[in-house]
Ligand binder design. Sequence first.
Ligand SMILES: [Zn+2]
Length: 114
Amino acid sequence: MPLAIGTSRDRDFIPSFGEYIIISKEYWDAAPDAGREDTLFHELGHCILNRVHTTKLLPMWDGTYRPASLMYPTDFPGIIYLEYRKEYIDELFENAPFYIKHRLMENGPIKATK
Ligand SMILES: [Zn+2]
């Protein structure tokens, strides 16, 4: 049975191509909301959007770099995710199959709950 594993540091040690996402309780209980959200988007990117990992980086205002995608293979700081949340979600779906984009248009944009 294909599995997708979400943990904070090694969320992909089992290849995640399939219908299931299994996240360790230890990770989930310890993760902040932003970490839970970006991990779920990452794993759903594998399962629903057939996305693979990318290590592409983008420069930030301070001369450092950030992952260009939620499909970055390792965890990154939640503060970066939250600062660029819209860009990350847009990037995740920009090449999504039409039927998924159509469903998103029907249901409206993804909204933050806080
Ligand atoms: Zn992954």
